[in-house]
Design a protein around this ligand. Sequence first.
Ligand SMILES: N[C@](CCCC[B-](O)(O)O)(CCN1CCCCC1)C(=O)O
Ligand SMILES: [Mn+2]
Ligand SMILES: [Mn+2]
Ligand SMILES: [Mn+2]
Length: 304
Amino acid sequence: ERIGVLGIPFSKGQSRVGTEYGPEVLRNGGIVRKLQNLGCHVQDHGDVEVIQVENDDPEENAKNPRTVGLTSKLIADKVERVLRSEDICLGLGGDHSMAIGTIAGNARVEPDLVVLWIDAHADINTPMTSDSGNIHGMPLAFLVRELESYVPKLPGFEWLSPCIHAKDIAYIGLRDVDAGERKIIEKFGITAFSMQEVDKYGINEVVERALRAVDPEGKRPIHLSFDVDAMDPTLTPSTGTPVIGGLSLRETYYIAEEVARTGRLSMVDVAEVNPLLGDEKDKKLTVDMTISVIQRFFGNRRGG
Ligand SMILES: N[C@](CCCC[B-](O)(O)O)(CCN1CCCCC1)C(=O)O
Ligand SMILES: [Mn+2]
Ligand SMILES: [Mn+2]
Ligand SMILES: [Mn+2]
C-alpha cells in the first residue's frame, strides 16, 4: 500500500486554539516511521496551506465561514492530488471541519465512496440547527446531496457541491447528538450505531452491520473519518468536545482492523487532537492512543 500523509493544521471550525498543532504532535509521535516499520510505503506530503480571512464575520450563524470554506477548497485540491499518486491518504487534523475538504477531494477520485464516521457526535448540523455555530459540528451537512436545499450557500463555499448520499454514511460511537441532527438522521434514514448499539450488539456485529448497510456488495471505496473523541476520554482526553462513555481501545482497534481487512480503505481522517488541552500526561496519552489506532488501519494486526 502506498500511503500519502497530509497535515491539516486547522482550528477555525471550532473555537478552541490547539487543533492546528495536531499534525505536528502526531508527526513528532513518530507516525510516519511507525507506518514504514509496518512495511508500508509512506510519503509525507507536508501540510495543506491554511487560509485566514480577515473580518470573517459569522454568516447564517456559522463562524469563520470564509476561512473554513476557502481552506476546505485547498484541502480538497490537495487530497485529490495525493490520491492521484498514492493508494490511501492519511489526513492528520485539525478540527473535524477538515472532512468537508477531505471527502470532497476523495470523492473526485472515488465518486462511489462510502463514509464511516467514527465519532461521539453526528457532525451533521446545518447552520440553522447548530447551537454553537462551530462548523466542525456541520461538515456532513455540506456534503450530503439530500440536505442541499437545507444548507445556505455560505461565502467561501461557492466551490463545493454535495457529493455523497445519506445512505452512503454509517456512524459508529454516537453519544451526544443534537435534536436537529437526530431529525436529519431519522428523516434520511442514515445508518447510525450509537454507544447503546455497541453495548447491545457488540462491536463486531456493529462493524459488520455498518459495512453491510452502506456497501452490501463489499466493493465500494471507504472514507473513514475518525474523530478521536469517539474514544473514551480516559484514552483521548486532549480533545475539544470530550463525552464520557466512549469506545474502548480494543473496540477502536477492532473497527480499524476490520476496515483495513476490507482492502478498500481510500482515506483516513484523524480529527480533533488538541494538544493544548489537559496536562502533559493527557497530551502524551492522546497522541500515543491515536497513533496506536492509526497503525491498525494500515496493517498492524494484534494477531500479527
Ligand atoms: N454538536 C455539537 C458538537 C460538535 C462536535 C464536533 B466534533 O464531533 O467534530 O468534535 C454540540 C454542541 N452543543 C454544545 C452545548 C451542549 C449541547 C451540544 C455542535 O457544536 O454542533
Ligand atoms: Mn466529536
Ligand atoms: Mn467530529
Ligand atoms: Mn471534538
